[in-house]
Design a protein. Structure first.
Length: 403
């Protein structure tokens, strides 16, 4: 069956389910198994995030049509809950047809409880997605499908009604199908331990110690010669707080210190504080405003720099005029400094990017089992490095039905 014919069938199904859905066919919250399907049409006027006046084979913009379908599973047995979802996406580009791809995604989880003190979750996830082009130079603006696999298990022990000990193990692997990015394939294992103090009012305070070990399986390192490493260790000490002050507000804060070391190339070691502060102001029952500010540091492998320092400020109001309609808008400013001199290049220039984003989103659900979403977003990046400035406007409309 051609994608065009499948698209038409899905459109007919979605419209008919919205207008004439029967009680027997539509999704019900109590059903163990539900199915969903949808379509999305998107337009991007600068798909490859190119500077002004630059095109690729005469093209800059593209329209993307996506169709998707899947199923969800949710079953509670005694005090155990089993959930899962599986979906398949088909994406077609009108101009850059070489980017066409199909991608399955899936997740399964078991939320377990033993007695009155032990609880936790075991989960596995799988996804395939097309990587974007904003953080890569012209030579790397090629099609790349990233496959991500993750398995995790967590446990929570209730020491006291207000105190609990928490622990988690996560194994995560990413693979790239582009030859240019095979060296970025990563296997990462993380272990974390911590405690949390929770009050009946909803206020929470917790401290977590986290250690991660990562390996790049497709890299060969010659100590003393190589400028990048094939493994690293990262330690994080993190404090989190959720505070619900009297009135109409909520504070969510995180403060941490991160240190990453590289056994073969210590020039790339880095350390520093990170954090995030988010405040939700509930103006009324129907409206709210979120303000978020934060700082993160992460590895960035270039000859002259070893990490990127990212700071951002975001303001996003939301208005729900009815239970069927939700409207959101937002502005975000990001500043990225590429730091950490490696010493491999004398007097290496310090790259600095500034990104400004504005967006509006509307979601309409005339009935519980049908939803339409419209989104419009504009990005602008300026950089002190040649060829990295761009402006892009992106929009999409999607419809999804469940039964």
């Amino acid at each position: 069956m051609s994608s065009a014919r499948l698209w038409r069938i899905l459109v007919v199904f979605l419209v008919s389910s919205a207008l004439h859905g029967s009680r027997d066919a539509r999704a019900d919250e109590g059903d163990v198994v539900n199915f969903f399907a949808g379509v999305r049409y998107a337009y991007d006027n600068n798909l490859l995030r190119l500077p002004d006046g630059v095109s690729f084979l005469g093209e800059r913009s593209d329209s993307i049509t996506s169709v998707f379908a899947g199923t969800t599973f949710d079953k509670t047995v005694s005090r155990q809950r089993f959930r899962g979802d599986l979906a398949y996406y088909s994406n077609r580009y009108a101009n850059f047809t070489g980017l066409n791809y199909q991608a399955p995604t899936g997740k399964a989880s078991w939320s377990w409880q033993a007695g009155n003190r032990w609880s936790g979750q075991a989960a596995v996830e799988y996804s395939e997605s097309l990587t974007d082009f904003r953080d890569y130079g012209p030579l790397f603006r090629t099609r790349n499908i990233m496959t991500t696999r993750q398995a995790s298990v967590s446990a929570n022990y209730l020491v006291h009604p207000d105190w609990s000990m928490v622990g988690q193990l996560v194994s995560r692997g990413t693979k790239n199908d582009s030859e240019f990015r095979r060296s970025l394939d990563l296997d990462r294992n993380t272990c974390e331990l911590g405690f949390q103090h929770a009050r009946p009012s909803g206020n929470r305070l917790g401290v977590t110690i986290r250690r991660a070990k990562g390996t790049y399986p497709n890299r060969v390192v010659d100590p003393g010669v190589s400028t990048i490493d094939n493994r690293f260790e990262q330690d994080d000490l993190e404090t989190r707080m959720l505070w619900l002050p009297a009135g109409h507000g909520r504070f969510d804060a995180r403060a941490a210190f991160t240190r990453r070391t590289h056994p073969n190339v210590p020039q790339r070691d880095f350390a520093g504080p990170t954090g995030r502060l988010s405040y939700d102001w509930f103006v009324s029952v129907k409206s709210s405003v979120n303000v978020t500010a934060g700082r993160d540091i992460s590895e960035y492998e270039q000859v002259g720099t070893s990490y990127v320092d990212r700071r951002n400020l975001r303001v996003a109001p939301t208005w729900n005029p009815s239970v069927k309609l939700s409207l959101q808008a937002g502005l975000e400013y990001q500043r990225l400094k590429f730091s950490g001199e490696t010493g491999f290049v004398a007097n290496a220039s310090r790259r600095e990017d500034k990104i400004q984003t504005a967006f509006v989103t509307a979601t309409y659900a005339p009935v519980r089992y049908f939803q339409v979403m419209v989104n419009l977003q504009h990005d602008r990046r300026t950089s002190n490095e040649f060829g990295l400035d761009y402006e892009a406007t992106y929009g999409h409309i999607s419809a999804q039905g469940s039964f």
